[in-house]
Design a protein around this ligand. Structure first.
Ligand code: GTR
Length: 418
């Protein structure tokens, strides 16, 4: 009897503990769960997942020019500091696009005006790039709402997950690209596959767009695979600006993970994107490199030697030598709209590092008059923060891009594109 009583009491106690934990996670500032930290540390002991082990560091000042001038107005930002930072990222991280001339051609290869049970028009467009006697095709898929009375705002997804997620016939539906929901909310949905530009493997830059445009020998700042994907997003944008069903001033570029890093770079290089959504972009994306939390520069350069330019290798285990950090990549999006988001179990992608990066980019958004201001402490789990032209959320769960995330992106777009 006594045992039974004690047993019930202990269950009650554990339930109370669990619910108070859930409550503190959903109401207070987000913190990584101890269990997740322990599990990840056990799986990969050579990487850091503990906040206490983050080294102390000083971030380079996003609002001070290389010559030491304080940037106090938008002209100085746009004409001097932004150019300096863009150049730093071209030279040291993503690499430079070659100046090789090329031809471009658009061909609508399929059109279905009654797609999705009549709710949308589906267009499939081949964007052919030709140079040096070779050519490559970017297959762009675009859905636009049929009930729109004016050109629609749109999301362009850089798909790094393969066509199974973006089936134009929607026989296979995927939360990764929730066309039906977006169409119902009045958004166009466009997508292309990153591998159309460059397959995601290291082949010493022989295939994909590199095989058409690269000069040999390759310079240490020659573009890598992520920059090639970002360039592909811009070629899709070249088409979207010609399509009358799209409002060209309201096109968001979206990417998940490696695609999120790419979306940030696409938005930095191409200001026609009026919004950038970097979903769980992690190292080489939104996460501050100096924190050395989860994936590091050394690890990303080793595991994915083709993603960045050769110069980036200089910063492997040498983060403090970087003349910038990733808050400066985020700042390149200002004063356009920027959405950064993370997942609570994706510590490999350093959610706190991504949030702090956004926090440290906000002074540029403010300087440019966007009315943005966020707190230094992270918001609670599943609580969206929107301030002027910046937005953030940390969703519960693992590394992925889900309808839940997209709904928040669309909520932000509803406000930003209003
Ligand atoms: C991981 C990589 C991350 C992230 C991810 C993804 O293996 O370490 O940087 O890009 O892949 O793209 O899903």
């Amino acid at each position: 009897m006594k045992f039974k009583y004690l047993f019930h009491l202990s269950i009650l106690f554990s339930l109370l503990l669990i619910s108070s934990k859930i409550l503190s996670q959903t109401t207070g500032s987000w913190q990584a769960s101890k269990l997740t930290v322990e599990k990840l540390t056990k799986d990969r002991p050579e990487f850091n997942y503990s906040e206490e082990k983050v080294p102390s560091f000083i971030l380079p000042d996003v609002l001070k020019t290389v010559d030491g001038w304080k940037v106090t107005n938008s002209d100085l930002w746009t004409n001097v500091r932004r150019q300096e930072i863009l150049e730093m990222f071209r030279k040291n991280v993503f690499g430079r696009v070659p100046e090789t001339p090329y031809q471009k051609n658009f061909k609508v290869v399929n059109i279905d005006k009654k797609a999705l049970g009549g709710a949308a028009t589906l267009k499939q467009v081949d964007i052919t790039i030709s140079a040096s006697g070779k050519s490559l095709v970017i297959h762009l898929t675009l859905f636009t709402p049929n009930n729109a009375i004016k050109p629609s705002p749109a999301f362009l997804l850089i798909d790094n997950r393969g066509p199974a997620n973006t089936d134009p016939l929607r026989k296979v539906k995927s939360e990764f690209w929730p066309v039906e929901e977006a169409i119902a909310r009045g958004y166009g949905m466009a997508v292309f596959s990153n591998s159309d530009l460059d397959p995601d493997d290291f082949d010493d830059f022989k295939n994909g767009i590199h095989g058409l445009l690269d000069k040999t020998p390759r310079a240490d700042d020659a573009w890598g695979t992520l920059a090639a994907w970002a360039w592909g997003a811009s070629r899709c944008m070249d088409y979207l600006v010609t399509d009358k069903s799209i409002d060209k001033d309201k096109v968001a570029v979206v990417g998940h993970s490696r695609g999120g890093k790419t979306a940030l770079w696409a938005g930095a290089e191409d200001t026609r994107f009026s919004m950038v959504v970097a979903n769980e972009s992690g190292a080489g994306g939104a996460a501050l490199s100096r924190r050395r939390f989860g994936e590091t520069i050394e690890r990303i350069n080793t595991a994915f030697p083709h993603w960045f330019c050769t110069n980036y290798k200089k910063y492997s285990n040498n983060e403090n030598a970087l003349p910038f950090d990733m808050h400066m990549l985020l700042a390149l999006v200002a004063p356009r709209s920027l959405y950064v988001d993370c997942a609570s179990e994706d510590l490999w992608g350093d959610p706190r590092g991504c949030y702090l990066s956004l926090y440290n980019a906000v002074p540029v958004f403010k300087l440019l008059g966007t009315n943005s201001d966020i707190q230094e402490t992270m918001p609670p789990l599943n609580k969206q923060v929107v301030s002027g032209k910046v937005a953030f959320h940390i969703r519960d769960g693992v590394h992925n891009m889900l309808l839940k995330d997209w709904n928040w992106f669309m909520d932000f777009a509803d406000i930003s594109f209003r």
